[in-house]
Ligand binder design. Structure first.
Ligand code: 5RP
Length: 224
């Protein structure tokens, strides 16, 4: 089974899980990325069973609309029943690194609102210790050098993601060579740096459920 097939399999399994949680009044939160795209395409098949969605990026909103799935402004909805999104890495506590697609801030906002966060990924994303994937940090453009200097003090090697502007008009610094032994502390430390909008550690509020596509089927882990 290739990686794309694993992504589709886990997206289909997530749709089965989501179907049992929703009704025609439900709003589903939608993440960003290639695994989420598989979920969006699967969701199109049951679009009549849900009120609509909120999206974590312009790209996902466009894909949802192309299927005729309603997309609402998060400020206009009272509740998000469930949020489905991918990840760049997860550890066994379901702490995540996200933001490879530069949508981390809107993703974190929707996880804060959603009643439940289901993370979907192929099994290559599960690791013992986070950090081999460079940690994305969204930064106000004029604070780029200041934030980079503070990130070096924390022990990482920040690299400006050339040519990328987030949906919020900001830039991304990716922190390389940064082993993350205590994800909650590191998430909070980076958030304290003036000029940081958001960082890609989802540890203070981890995923509730991690569904992994593996060659022997979809495996599910839940937060302890
Ligand atoms: C986007 C993200 C994505 O969820 C993450 O990059 C995983 O993407 P993919 O499903 O393409 O591997 O955080 O900001």
């Amino acid at each position: 089974m290739n990686q794309q097939a694993l992504k589709q399999a886990v997206a289909d399994a997530a749709l089965d899980y989501v179907k049992a949680k929703i009704d025609e009044k439900s709003i589903i939160g939608i993440g960003t990325g290639s695994t989420t795209n598989c979920f969006i395409d699967a969701l199109a098949g049951i679009k009549g069973q849900v009120y609509g969605t909120v999206a974590s990026s312009t790209a996902s909103a466009e894909r949802l609309k192309s299927h005729g799935i309603p997309v609402y402004d998060l400020n206009t909805v009272d509740e998000v029943t469930i949020y489905v999104d991918g990840a760049d890495q997860s550890n066994h506590q379901l702490h995540l690194i996200k933001g490879g697609g530069a949508a981390l801030t809107r993703e974190k906002i929707i996880t804060a609102v959603a009643n439940e966060f289901v993370c979907i990924a192929d099994d290559s994303k599960l690791v013992e210790i986070l950090g081999e994937f460079p940690l994305p940090v969204e930064v106000i453009p004029m604070a780029r050098s200041h934030v980079a200097r503070q990130l070096v003090k924390l022990g990482g090697d920040p690299v400006y993601r050339e040519g990328v502007v987030t949906d919020n008009g900001n830039i991304i610094l990716d922190i390389f060579n940064f082993q993350i032994d205590d994800p909650i502390t590191t998430e909070n430390q980076i958030n304290q740096i003036v000029g940081v909008v958001c960082n890609g550690l989802f540890a203070a509020k981890p995923a509730d459920r991690l569904m992994l596509g593996t060659p022997s089927g979809v495996k599910t882990m839940t937060a302890k």
